[in-house]
Ligand binder design. Structure first.
Ligand code: SF4
Length: 426
Protein backbone atom coordinates (compact mmCIF):
# COMPACT_ATOMS: atom_id res chain seq x y z
CA UNK A 1 0.00 0.00 0.00
CA UNK A 2 1.38 3.44 -0.99
CA UNK A 3 1.42 6.48 1.24
CA UNK A 4 -1.79 7.93 -0.24
CA UNK A 5 -3.54 4.54 0.08
CA UNK A 6 -2.40 4.45 3.66
CA UNK A 7 -3.74 7.90 4.35
CA UNK A 8 -7.03 7.08 2.65
CA UNK A 9 -7.33 3.89 4.60
CA UNK A 10 -6.67 5.79 7.81
CA UNK A 11 -9.24 8.46 6.93
CA UNK A 12 -11.91 5.87 6.19
CA UNK A 13 -11.02 3.86 9.26
CA UNK A 14 -12.17 6.81 11.33
CA UNK A 15 -15.60 6.90 9.78
CA UNK A 16 -18.42 5.51 11.89
CA UNK A 17 -21.99 5.06 10.76
CA UNK A 18 -24.85 4.17 13.09
CA UNK A 19 -28.20 2.45 12.84
CA UNK A 20 -30.35 3.41 15.81
CA UNK A 21 -33.29 1.09 16.47
CA UNK A 22 -36.10 1.19 18.99
CA UNK A 23 -37.59 4.06 20.91
CA UNK A 24 -36.50 7.68 21.49
CA UNK A 25 -34.74 6.55 24.69
CA UNK A 26 -32.44 4.46 22.54
CA UNK A 27 -31.99 7.37 20.19
CA UNK A 28 -30.64 9.46 23.07
CA UNK A 29 -28.18 6.66 23.89
CA UNK A 30 -27.11 6.59 20.24
CA UNK A 31 -26.53 10.33 20.29
CA UNK A 32 -24.41 10.03 23.40
CA UNK A 33 -22.45 7.18 21.89
CA UNK A 34 -21.74 9.22 18.77
CA UNK A 35 -20.79 12.21 20.91
CA UNK A 36 -18.31 10.01 22.73
CA UNK A 37 -16.86 8.61 19.49
CA UNK A 38 -16.60 12.05 17.95
CA UNK A 39 -14.65 13.28 21.00
CA UNK A 40 -12.29 10.37 20.45
CA UNK A 41 -11.60 11.61 16.91
CA UNK A 42 -13.99 9.45 14.90
CA UNK A 43 -15.88 10.99 12.05
CA UNK A 44 -19.62 10.34 12.04
CA UNK A 45 -20.98 9.58 8.57
CA UNK A 46 -23.91 7.83 6.87
CA UNK A 47 -23.74 4.07 7.19
CA UNK A 48 -22.99 3.66 3.43
CA UNK A 49 -19.87 5.84 3.76
CA UNK A 50 -18.62 4.25 6.97
CA UNK A 51 -15.91 1.76 7.64
CA UNK A 52 -17.15 0.96 11.11
CA UNK A 53 -20.81 0.04 11.33
CA UNK A 54 -22.50 0.42 14.69
CA UNK A 55 -26.00 -0.75 15.49
CA UNK A 56 -27.80 0.31 18.66
CA UNK A 57 -30.27 -2.51 19.23
CA UNK A 58 -33.56 -2.93 21.05
CA UNK A 59 -34.86 -6.18 22.52
CA UNK A 60 -37.93 -4.97 24.36
CA UNK A 61 -40.31 -7.26 22.49
CA UNK A 62 -40.06 -10.04 19.93
CA UNK A 63 -40.53 -7.72 16.93
CA UNK A 64 -37.76 -5.41 18.14
CA UNK A 65 -35.43 -8.39 18.60
CA UNK A 66 -36.09 -9.55 15.05
CA UNK A 67 -35.44 -6.08 13.66
CA UNK A 68 -32.19 -5.84 15.64
CA UNK A 69 -30.96 -9.23 14.46
CA UNK A 70 -31.78 -8.35 10.85
CA UNK A 71 -29.83 -5.09 11.20
CA UNK A 72 -26.83 -6.95 12.66
CA UNK A 73 -26.91 -9.52 9.87
CA UNK A 74 -27.15 -6.70 7.33
CA UNK A 75 -23.98 -5.11 8.71
CA UNK A 76 -22.24 -8.50 8.73
CA UNK A 77 -23.10 -8.86 5.03
CA UNK A 78 -21.54 -5.46 4.35
CA UNK A 79 -18.44 -6.60 6.19
CA UNK A 80 -18.26 -9.80 4.15
CA UNK A 81 -18.54 -7.73 0.97
CA UNK A 82 -15.59 -5.66 2.20
CA UNK A 83 -17.65 -2.47 2.53
CA UNK A 84 -17.29 -2.36 6.31
CA UNK A 85 -14.18 -3.14 8.28
CA UNK A 86 -15.76 -3.51 11.69
CA UNK A 87 -19.18 -4.21 13.12
CA UNK A 88 -20.07 -3.05 16.63
CA UNK A 89 -23.30 -3.99 18.36
CA UNK A 90 -24.64 -1.90 21.25
CA UNK A 91 -27.83 -1.62 23.27
CA UNK A 92 -30.24 -3.86 25.06
CA UNK A 93 -30.09 -6.89 22.76
CA UNK A 94 -26.47 -7.19 23.83
CA UNK A 95 -27.40 -6.66 27.44
CA UNK A 96 -29.91 -9.51 27.31
CA UNK A 97 -28.40 -12.00 24.94
CA UNK A 98 -24.66 -11.44 24.96
CA UNK A 99 -23.91 -15.03 25.91
CA UNK A 100 -26.10 -16.38 23.13
CA UNK A 101 -24.84 -13.86 20.59
CA UNK A 102 -21.14 -14.27 21.19
CA UNK A 103 -20.46 -17.76 19.82
CA UNK A 104 -22.81 -17.34 16.87
CA UNK A 105 -21.75 -13.98 15.65
CA UNK A 106 -17.99 -14.12 15.46
CA UNK A 107 -18.14 -11.50 12.71
CA UNK A 108 -18.99 -8.90 15.36
CA UNK A 109 -15.93 -7.00 16.49
CA UNK A 110 -17.26 -5.51 19.70
CA UNK A 111 -20.27 -5.43 21.99
CA UNK A 112 -21.34 -2.46 24.09
CA UNK A 113 -23.89 -3.26 26.80
CA UNK A 114 -25.81 -0.93 29.10
CA UNK A 115 -24.77 2.66 28.58
CA UNK A 116 -24.21 5.03 31.46
CA UNK A 117 -26.83 7.70 31.91
CA UNK A 118 -25.32 10.78 30.33
CA UNK A 119 -24.70 13.67 32.64
CA UNK A 120 -22.80 15.76 30.17
CA UNK A 121 -24.49 15.83 26.84
CA UNK A 122 -22.69 18.88 25.53
CA UNK A 123 -21.08 17.25 22.55
CA UNK A 124 -23.58 14.57 21.76
CA UNK A 125 -24.46 14.09 18.14
CA UNK A 126 -28.00 15.08 17.13
CA UNK A 127 -29.87 12.28 15.37
CA UNK A 128 -33.12 14.24 15.39
CA UNK A 129 -33.90 17.17 13.08
CA UNK A 130 -32.37 20.40 14.29
CA UNK A 131 -35.54 21.85 15.75
CA UNK A 132 -36.59 19.19 18.24
CA UNK A 133 -34.77 17.10 20.79
CA UNK A 134 -35.27 14.35 23.29
CA UNK A 135 -34.17 15.04 26.83
CA UNK A 136 -33.57 11.97 28.96
CA UNK A 137 -34.13 12.80 32.61
CA UNK A 138 -33.87 9.30 34.04
CA UNK A 139 -33.07 5.74 33.17
CA UNK A 140 -34.43 2.46 34.52
CA UNK A 141 -37.64 1.70 36.37
CA UNK A 142 -38.66 0.70 39.90
CA UNK A 143 -41.86 -1.03 38.81
CA UNK A 144 -42.04 -4.75 38.31
CA UNK A 145 -44.70 -5.23 35.64
CA UNK A 146 -44.84 -8.95 35.06
CA UNK A 147 -44.57 -8.72 31.25
CA UNK A 148 -41.75 -6.21 31.08
CA UNK A 149 -38.07 -6.86 30.72
CA UNK A 150 -36.96 -3.23 31.01
CA UNK A 151 -36.05 -3.22 34.73
CA UNK A 152 -33.87 -6.25 34.04
CA UNK A 153 -32.12 -4.56 31.16
CA UNK A 154 -31.97 -1.00 32.41
CA UNK A 155 -31.95 -1.53 36.17
CA UNK A 156 -33.65 0.55 38.86
CA UNK A 157 -34.63 4.18 38.48
CA UNK A 158 -31.61 6.46 38.14
CA UNK A 159 -32.54 10.13 37.89
CA UNK A 160 -30.12 12.69 36.55
CA UNK A 161 -29.31 15.60 38.79
CA UNK A 162 -31.30 18.75 38.06
CA UNK A 163 -28.20 20.89 37.44
CA UNK A 164 -27.01 18.50 34.74
CA UNK A 165 -30.42 18.45 33.04
CA UNK A 166 -30.72 22.23 33.18
CA UNK A 167 -27.29 22.59 31.62
CA UNK A 168 -28.35 20.35 28.74
CA UNK A 169 -31.58 22.32 28.36
CA UNK A 170 -29.59 25.57 28.24
CA UNK A 171 -27.54 24.21 25.35
CA UNK A 172 -30.62 22.94 23.51
CA UNK A 173 -32.29 26.31 23.92
CA UNK A 174 -29.20 28.22 22.81
CA UNK A 175 -28.80 26.20 19.62
CA UNK A 176 -32.36 27.11 18.66
CA UNK A 177 -34.41 24.02 19.48
CA UNK A 178 -38.15 24.70 19.35
CA UNK A 179 -39.41 21.55 21.04
CA UNK A 180 -38.07 19.36 23.83
CA UNK A 181 -39.55 15.93 24.50
CA UNK A 182 -38.85 14.73 28.01
CA UNK A 183 -38.25 11.01 28.28
CA UNK A 184 -37.35 8.33 30.80
CA UNK A 185 -38.53 4.75 31.31
CA UNK A 186 -40.87 6.21 33.93
CA UNK A 187 -40.46 9.97 33.64
CA UNK A 188 -43.10 10.65 36.31
CA UNK A 189 -40.97 8.92 38.97
CA UNK A 190 -38.21 11.48 38.45
CA UNK A 191 -36.38 12.30 41.67
CA UNK A 192 -37.61 9.39 43.83
CA UNK A 193 -34.13 7.89 44.00
CA UNK A 194 -31.83 10.88 44.41
CA UNK A 195 -34.18 13.44 46.02
CA UNK A 196 -36.40 10.89 47.83
CA UNK A 197 -39.57 12.47 46.43
CA UNK A 198 -41.38 13.06 43.15
CA UNK A 199 -39.64 16.06 41.62
CA UNK A 200 -40.86 16.18 38.03
CA UNK A 201 -43.05 19.25 38.65
CA UNK A 202 -40.17 21.18 40.23
CA UNK A 203 -37.86 20.19 37.39
CA UNK A 204 -40.42 21.28 34.78
CA UNK A 205 -40.89 24.65 36.45
CA UNK A 206 -37.15 25.22 36.41
CA UNK A 207 -36.80 24.10 32.80
CA UNK A 208 -39.69 26.26 31.69
CA UNK A 209 -38.36 29.35 33.47
CA UNK A 210 -35.00 28.95 31.72
CA UNK A 211 -36.29 28.76 28.13
CA UNK A 212 -36.03 31.44 25.45
CA UNK A 213 -36.37 29.62 22.11
CA UNK A 214 -38.11 26.38 23.00
CA UNK A 215 -41.86 26.80 22.70
CA UNK A 216 -43.05 23.22 23.27
CA UNK A 217 -42.15 21.02 26.20
CA UNK A 218 -43.66 17.55 26.00
CA UNK A 219 -43.84 14.83 28.60
CA UNK A 220 -43.59 11.23 27.44
CA UNK A 221 -44.02 7.99 29.45
CA UNK A 222 -45.87 8.93 32.63
CA UNK A 223 -46.89 6.10 34.95
CA UNK A 224 -50.50 6.32 36.23
CA UNK A 225 -49.27 5.83 39.79
CA UNK A 226 -47.22 9.04 39.71
CA UNK A 227 -49.43 11.39 37.75
CA UNK A 228 -50.23 13.68 40.68
CA UNK A 229 -52.76 16.51 40.93
CA UNK A 230 -49.87 18.97 41.15
CA UNK A 231 -48.39 17.70 37.90
CA UNK A 232 -51.78 17.93 36.17
CA UNK A 233 -52.19 21.51 37.37
CA UNK A 234 -48.76 22.39 36.05
CA UNK A 235 -49.51 20.86 32.63
CA UNK A 236 -52.73 22.87 32.54
CA UNK A 237 -51.20 26.19 33.64
CA UNK A 238 -47.77 26.31 32.03
CA UNK A 239 -48.19 27.55 28.43
CA UNK A 240 -44.99 25.89 27.21
CA UNK A 241 -46.04 22.40 28.32
CA UNK A 242 -48.01 20.67 25.58
CA UNK A 243 -51.51 19.64 26.66
CA UNK A 244 -50.57 16.09 25.86
CA UNK A 245 -50.42 13.28 28.36
CA UNK A 246 -48.73 10.02 27.44
CA UNK A 247 -49.98 7.52 29.97
CA UNK A 248 -49.45 3.83 29.20
CA UNK A 249 -52.34 1.95 30.86
CA UNK A 250 -51.88 -1.56 29.37
CA UNK A 251 -55.33 -2.87 30.38
CA UNK A 252 -58.49 -2.07 32.31
CA UNK A 253 -59.65 -5.40 33.70
CA UNK A 254 -58.83 -5.67 37.40
CA UNK A 255 -57.69 -9.30 37.30
CA UNK A 256 -55.37 -8.62 34.39
CA UNK A 257 -54.02 -5.41 35.94
CA UNK A 258 -53.25 -7.41 39.05
CA UNK A 259 -51.45 -10.21 37.25
CA UNK A 260 -49.62 -7.59 35.23
CA UNK A 261 -48.52 -6.10 38.59
CA UNK A 262 -49.55 -2.63 37.49
CA UNK A 263 -50.13 -1.31 41.04
CA UNK A 264 -53.40 0.31 39.99
CA UNK A 265 -56.96 -0.74 39.28
CA UNK A 266 -59.95 0.16 37.13
CA UNK A 267 -61.47 2.57 39.65
CA UNK A 268 -58.23 4.54 40.02
CA UNK A 269 -57.66 4.62 36.27
CA UNK A 270 -61.17 5.93 35.63
CA UNK A 271 -60.73 8.60 38.29
CA UNK A 272 -57.40 9.60 36.87
CA UNK A 273 -58.75 9.94 33.32
CA UNK A 274 -61.75 11.94 34.50
CA UNK A 275 -59.42 14.18 36.52
CA UNK A 276 -57.17 14.71 33.53
CA UNK A 277 -60.02 15.74 31.24
CA UNK A 278 -61.41 18.08 33.88
CA UNK A 279 -58.16 19.71 34.95
CA UNK A 280 -56.51 20.06 31.53
CA UNK A 281 -59.06 21.40 29.06
CA UNK A 282 -58.39 20.23 25.50
CA UNK A 283 -55.88 17.60 26.65
CA UNK A 284 -54.91 14.86 24.20
CA UNK A 285 -54.38 11.56 25.98
CA UNK A 286 -52.11 8.94 24.47
CA UNK A 287 -52.11 5.49 25.95
CA UNK A 288 -50.79 2.08 25.05
CA UNK A 289 -52.59 -1.19 25.63
CA UNK A 290 -51.50 -4.80 25.64
CA UNK A 291 -53.70 -7.48 24.09
CA UNK A 292 -53.32 -11.23 24.49
CA UNK A 293 -51.76 -11.15 27.96
CA UNK A 294 -51.66 -14.71 29.41
CA UNK A 295 -55.09 -15.77 30.58
CA UNK A 296 -56.94 -12.87 28.89
CA UNK A 297 -60.44 -14.22 28.30
CA UNK A 298 -62.96 -13.10 25.68
CA UNK A 299 -64.85 -11.29 28.42
CA UNK A 300 -61.78 -9.48 29.68
CA UNK A 301 -60.87 -8.46 26.16
CA UNK A 302 -64.43 -7.17 25.60
CA UNK A 303 -64.03 -5.06 28.72
CA UNK A 304 -60.89 -3.55 27.22
CA UNK A 305 -62.66 -2.86 23.92
CA UNK A 306 -65.57 -1.15 25.71
CA UNK A 307 -63.05 0.95 27.62
CA UNK A 308 -61.47 2.08 24.31
CA UNK A 309 -64.91 2.93 22.88
CA UNK A 310 -65.91 4.83 25.96
CA UNK A 311 -62.70 6.79 26.54
CA UNK A 312 -62.14 7.92 22.94
CA UNK A 313 -58.39 8.32 23.38
CA UNK A 314 -56.93 10.90 21.05
CA UNK A 315 -53.87 8.69 20.49
CA UNK A 316 -53.54 4.96 21.07
CA UNK A 317 -50.85 2.34 20.61
CA UNK A 318 -51.78 -1.34 20.83
CA UNK A 319 -49.22 -4.06 21.42
CA UNK A 320 -49.55 -7.81 21.14
CA UNK A 321 -48.21 -9.44 24.31
CA UNK A 322 -44.70 -10.71 23.67
CA UNK A 323 -43.46 -13.59 25.82
CA UNK A 324 -40.11 -12.48 27.18
CA UNK A 325 -37.62 -14.74 28.96
CA UNK A 326 -36.77 -13.59 32.45
CA UNK A 327 -40.18 -12.04 33.13
CA UNK A 328 -42.76 -13.59 35.50
CA UNK A 329 -45.47 -13.64 32.81
CA UNK A 330 -43.25 -15.87 30.67
CA UNK A 331 -44.32 -18.88 32.72
CA UNK A 332 -47.92 -17.82 33.36
CA UNK A 333 -50.51 -20.37 32.28
CA UNK A 334 -52.99 -19.59 29.53
CA UNK A 335 -50.58 -18.16 26.96
CA UNK A 336 -52.78 -16.78 24.17
CA UNK A 337 -52.21 -18.14 20.64
CA UNK A 338 -50.60 -15.66 18.23
CA UNK A 339 -53.61 -15.78 15.91
CA UNK A 340 -55.95 -14.70 18.66
CA UNK A 341 -53.60 -11.91 19.73
CA UNK A 342 -53.57 -10.70 16.14
CA UNK A 343 -57.39 -10.77 15.99
CA UNK A 344 -57.70 -8.79 19.20
CA UNK A 345 -55.07 -6.33 18.02
CA UNK A 346 -56.96 -5.76 14.75
CA UNK A 347 -60.31 -5.33 16.49
CA UNK A 348 -58.98 -2.56 18.74
CA UNK A 349 -57.00 -0.90 15.97
CA UNK A 350 -60.08 -0.79 13.72
CA UNK A 351 -62.14 0.71 16.49
CA UNK A 352 -59.46 3.29 17.19
CA UNK A 353 -59.16 4.20 13.54
CA UNK A 354 -62.81 5.15 13.53
CA UNK A 355 -62.46 7.08 16.81
CA UNK A 356 -59.43 8.93 15.51
CA UNK A 357 -61.21 9.77 12.23
CA UNK A 358 -64.17 11.23 14.15
CA UNK A 359 -61.93 13.19 16.53
CA UNK A 360 -59.95 14.58 13.60
CA UNK A 361 -63.11 15.75 11.86
CA UNK A 362 -63.64 18.19 14.70
CA UNK A 363 -60.58 20.08 13.47
CA UNK A 364 -62.13 20.87 10.09
CA UNK A 365 -62.21 24.63 9.54
CA UNK A 366 -60.28 25.34 12.73
CA UNK A 367 -57.25 27.58 12.84
CA UNK A 368 -54.24 25.85 14.39
CA UNK A 369 -50.59 26.45 15.14
CA UNK A 370 -48.31 23.93 13.44
CA UNK A 371 -44.61 23.25 13.86
CA UNK A 372 -43.07 22.49 10.46
CA UNK A 373 -40.93 19.33 10.53
CA UNK A 374 -39.88 18.77 6.93
CA UNK A 375 -40.62 19.18 3.24
CA UNK A 376 -41.33 16.11 1.14
CA UNK A 377 -40.01 15.52 -2.38
CA UNK A 378 -43.28 16.74 -3.97
CA UNK A 379 -43.05 20.05 -2.12
CA UNK A 380 -45.64 19.31 0.57
CA UNK A 381 -44.64 20.36 4.05
CA UNK A 382 -45.25 18.12 7.03
CA UNK A 383 -45.77 19.48 10.49
CA UNK A 384 -47.45 18.74 13.79
CA UNK A 385 -49.94 20.20 16.23
CA UNK A 386 -48.72 20.48 19.81
CA UNK A 387 -50.87 17.44 20.62
CA UNK A 388 -48.74 15.28 18.31
CA UNK A 389 -45.44 13.85 19.48
CA UNK A 390 -42.73 13.44 16.85
CA UNK A 391 -42.39 10.04 15.22
CA UNK A 392 -45.43 8.42 16.85
CA UNK A 393 -48.46 10.64 16.27
CA UNK A 394 -50.24 12.20 13.31
CA UNK A 395 -49.05 14.84 10.88
CA UNK A 396 -50.45 17.98 9.35
CA UNK A 397 -49.78 18.23 5.60
CA UNK A 398 -49.33 21.82 4.55
CA UNK A 399 -49.70 22.93 0.95
CA UNK A 400 -48.22 26.31 0.18
CA UNK A 401 -46.13 28.04 -2.47
CA UNK A 402 -44.30 29.82 0.33
CA UNK A 403 -40.95 28.57 1.54
CA UNK A 404 -41.09 27.25 5.10
CA UNK A 405 -38.12 26.34 7.24
CA UNK A 406 -38.21 23.20 9.41
CA UNK A 407 -38.68 24.50 12.93
CA UNK A 408 -40.98 27.35 11.86
CA UNK A 409 -44.32 27.80 13.61
CA UNK A 410 -47.16 28.67 11.23
CA UNK A 411 -50.85 29.30 11.67
CA UNK A 412 -53.12 27.53 9.29
CA UNK A 413 -56.66 26.47 8.63
CA UNK A 414 -57.51 22.77 8.56
CA UNK A 415 -59.13 21.99 5.21
CA UNK A 416 -59.25 18.19 5.19
CA UNK A 417 -59.02 15.34 7.67
CA UNK A 418 -57.98 11.68 7.52
CA UNK A 419 -57.94 8.91 10.13
CA UNK A 420 -54.67 9.99 11.66
CA UNK A 421 -53.52 13.06 9.72
CA UNK A 422 -54.82 16.52 8.83
CA UNK A 423 -54.39 18.84 5.85
CA UNK A 424 -54.13 22.60 6.22
CA UNK A 425 -53.69 25.77 4.19
CA UNK A 426 -51.76 28.81 5.28
S1 SF4 B 1 -43.56 0.79 34.37
FE1 SF4 B 1 -43.08 0.50 32.19
S2 SF4 B 1 -40.84 0.21 32.11
FE2 SF4 B 1 -41.45 -0.06 34.24
S3 SF4 B 1 -41.74 -2.27 34.48
FE3 SF4 B 1 -43.75 -1.41 33.97
S4 SF4 B 1 -43.95 -1.50 31.72
FE4 SF4 B 1 -41.76 -1.82 32.27
Amino acid sequence: MGLSDNLMHKAKANKVGILSLGCPRNLVDSQNLLGCLSRKGYQIVDIQDAEIGLVNTCSFIEEAKKESIEAILGLIDLKKEGRLRKVIVAGCLVQRYKEELLPNLEEIDAFVGRMALSNENKESFPLTPRHFAYLKISEGCNHTCSFCVIPKIKGHLQSRRMESILEEVRIMDNVGKREINIIGQDASAYGLDIYKKLELSRLLRKISASLKNVRWLRLLYLHPQHLTDGLMRLIADEPRICKYVDLPLQHINNRILKTMRRRTDKRKIMQLLAGLRKRIPGVAVRTSLLVGFPGETEKEFSELLSFVKEQQFERLGVFRYSREEGTPAFSYPGQVPEKLKEERFNIIMQEQQEISRRLNQKFLGRECEVLIDERSADGTYMGRLNIDAPEVDGLVYVKTAKHLEPGAFVRLKITDTYEYDLVGNL
